[in-house]
Ligand binder design. Sequence first.
Ligand code: ADP
Ligand code: MG
Length: 315
Amino acid sequence: MNTVNPAADPTPGAPVPAEKGVLIGDEERAEAAAAPAPAGRRARRDGAPAAQPGVATTGDTSQPVVRIRGLRKSFGDLEVLHGIDLDVHAGEHVVLFGPSGSGKSTVLRSINLLEEPNSGSVCVDGVEYGPGLPGEKGSGKPAKRGKPIELRRKVGMVFQQFNLFPHLTALENVALPLRSVKGMKADDANRKAAESLRQVGLLQRAAHYPGQLSGGQQQRVAIARALSQDPKVMLFDEPTSALDPELVGEVLRVMHELAEAGMTMVVVTHELGFAREIGDLNVFMDAGVVVETGSSELFDHPTDPRCQDFMRAVR
Ligand SMILES: Nc1ncnc2c1ncn2[C@@H]1O[C@H](COP(=O)(O)OP(=O)(O)O)[C@@H](O)[C@H]1O
Ligand SMILES: [Mg+2]
């Protein structure tokens, strides 16, 4: 198989498409600072009223990329999500935060059907993947009901644990699902994988095995793997929680750059400084419900006592 010669980057002729993706290098960073915001990046809607009462939303009225309504999930007899309503629009960055066990991971996992909702609607890109809403059943609405395999092509997920194959190089880890999920030819998959590694600043490590990479670098490979599928939305479940403190910054930096490049993102994180920077909509969850939502204001002036307690505890 074709491998990328790490020494070839970033010399001209490296087997990587020339067009710009997410901006990573220092020169590119400087360019990005001078350039107007990409089209996908939405202006902050600080203080924007919710479009529908009870729905966690920035108030954008376009069709959401992810629309969740009445999502309930039980494990055995224990219901852990008690009806979640959330909209994520194109280019938005939604932060989920709250105490351990509040249901954040279950919401994320329900968005790509790693957990099957017991009831409620999970609509991604206009297609229903959950059981749907009462009244919609049998009525033929929405017209399209998607398959999990199609959903997973649209939704990239990054976990706390990187889940890389130890016997595959960074490039192969990214290229493998491009071949198996997207059905790409080896050459095309390798080219695309190299481009994705470049986007996370790791093209020079393409031939390295996970054991030769730091935890931060491994997580960036995992981000490249998700990114390479050209997802409509990326889900991050505490992507820096397993990292040594000195490695957190490089992963947050890559996520920040993805956000600035207009990627639609839902991020579960305890890094509230980061959340404050990227969060267009911040959603505080407790005990399986959305308790409070808002712009970055939420971090300074939470109104619900449970959110106030949480903010005090993490400060
Ligand atoms: N596979 C599972 N089986 C049983 N209970 C689960 C499972 N996954 C999550 N839970 C429970 O669901 C609740 C919400 O968990 P989770 O979504 O992981 O919360 P968070 O991510 O906010 O910490 C917790 O009480 C947790 O113990
Ligand atoms: Mg969790």
